[in-house]
Design a protein around this ligand. Structure first.
Ligand SMILES: *Cc1c(COP(=O)(O)O)cnc(C)c1O
Length: 454
């Protein structure tokens, strides 16, 4: 294949492609980076730059790039039966097998999957089906969802409403009614003088206060990411989730874990809830379910919720043309087969995570870094103006963008949210690549500090 004419591609992109989560005018001036190839933990762009992808695409390429088995699984299924739906009392074999596989992997009695195409749609699904769950039990007023400020649950109307991103609420008239948000657990900014464990309990009890304020008979569910990803890998104190679970049980509020990032090994366990030691009633999944090779999302329900939904006497008026798409299901099954056969989650936990944590902590010693936080294979470096204090830059985000761009020039992809440098490499990252990550990050931090005159 001839090398693409990159300038021509950039011109067409600027003329015809509206990019998600971009300042499109600025992007058009600068020119889009066009990625052309991936292998393992590396991607290559059309200019020939090799980049160590320490962000796994967008938290999703858990098994790494270039696994031909997934392409073969897709081709096999496309050739055999490219599509059939799960409406009309039908379905396909890969869809059934994937539902059963997810039930086997999911914790506790979360045994029932509803398939969609993305994490956002999975969260839309749980909003409707959880409200329906209460309504068919004669509690139609028990319809309020509580989420968290700065939470991220996707970009559809329900997903963005459940999330707590002010910039997203500002576009399109969100949140929709009957969604409330409480303050998230972020000790670095909010913990004051409290020890982390005490702060975790205090942060969890904000949920109890909100439930009591609204009335338990009005609150359907609480939704949270086990680790808040998009806002900057905010890892809760270990006391937080067990206390949230206790509160949800006490007031009969369903506990929804948005496992879109944490699911499929990111924390070193199959699901984030297992790392933090709590049992959700409902979970939403996407990203790592196919390692990003093809779009797929799922909402999963425990026996209690699914039992009510199944026996509610009537049709479940929800679904998508591609709910349980056989090609996506076949790719997901192959991805999960590889993860299990190669013990990718267990190896990430036992072999990669401890070494990565050690080197990440070393990066925490850099003069620009106020906190180096990490759990499993997701982490963040909080860039700060004054290493001695837990305080942010006056002009938020400038240091983060500088550092991200320096990293790119050094052949490394890190994401920046405000001034947090985010880490989420493929789970298969090797020790030498962790060392490369360390060297390139340290160099990028040095260059950023120099630019900032520090
Ligand atoms: C990415 C993400 C979503 C949305 O998933 P999409 O597939 O982008 O719609 C939802 N929740 C969390 C925690 C995410 O990180």
């Amino acid at each position: 294949m001839d090398a693409p004419d990159i300038r021509e591609l950039q011109r067409l992109d600027a003329a015809h492609h509206l990019h998600p989560f971009n300042d499109n005018a600025a992007l058009a001036r600068q020119g889009t980076r066009v990625l052309v190839r991936g292998q393992g933990c590396y991607v290559w762009d059309a200019d020939g730059n090799e980049l160590l992808d320490a962000f796994a695409g967008l938290w999703c390429v858990n098994i790494g790039y270039g696994r031909a088995e997934l392409g073969r699984a897709a081709a096999r299924q496309m050739t055999r039966l490219a599509y059939y739906n799960s409406f009309f009392q039908c379905t396909t074999e890969p869809t059934i097998r994937l539902a059963a596989k997810l039930a086997e992997l999911a914790p506790g009695d979360i045994n029932h999957a509803f398939f969609v195409n993305s994490g956002s749609e999975a969260n839309d699904t749980i909003l409707r089906l959880v409200r329906h769950f209460w309504a068919v039990q004669d509690q139609p007023r028990k319809n309020i969802f509580i989420g968290r400020r700065n939470g991220y649950h996707g970009t559809t109307v329900a997903g963005a409403s459940l999330g707590g991103m002010a910039a997203m609420h500002g576009q399109g008239g969100l949140p929709i009614p009957d969604i409330h948000h409480i303050a998230p657990p972020f000790w670095f900014a909010d913990g004051g003088e409290l020890p982390e464990d005490e702060y975790g309990l205090l942060a969890a009890r904000r949920l109890e206060q909100k439930i009591l304020e609204l009335g338990p008979e009005r609150v359907a569910a609480f939704i949270g990411e086990p680790v808040m990803g998009a806002i900057g890998v905010h890892i809760p104190p270990r006391t937080y989730w067990p206390e949230v679970e206790r509160i949800c049980r006490r007031y009969d509020v369903l506990l929804v874990a948005d496992e879109v990032i944490c699911g499929f090994g990111r924390t070193g366990r199959w699901f984030g809830s297992q790392h933090f030691g709590f049992q959700p009633d409902v979970m939403t999944l996407a990203k790592g379910i196919t390692s990003g090779y093809i779009p797929l999302g799922a909402a999963m329900f425990n026996d209690r919720v699914a039992g009510v939904l199944k026996d509610s006497g009537g049709e479940l008026a929800h679904g998508a043309t591609y709910s349980g798409h056989p090609v996506c299901a076949a790719v997901a099954l192959e991805n999960l087969r590889i993860m299990q056969d190669e013990r990718i989650v267990e190896r990430a936990r036992e072999q990669v995570a401890p070494y990565l944590a050690r080197r990440w902590a070393e990066l925490g010693e850099h003069r620009l870094v106020g906190q180096a936080r990490i759990v499993g294979l997701m982490g963040a470096l909080e860039l700060v103006p004054d290493k001695g204090r837990r305080a942010f830059f006056h002009e938020r985000g400038q240091a983060g963008v500088l550092c991200r761009d320096n990293a790119l020039r050094n052949g490394l992809i890190l994401r920046a949210t405000h001034d947090s440098m985010l880490l989420s490499p493929p789970l298969v990252i090797a020790r030498e690549q962790v060392d490369e990550l360390f060297d390139k990050t340290w160099k990028s931090l040095d260059q950023t500090a120099a630019r900032l005159g520090r």
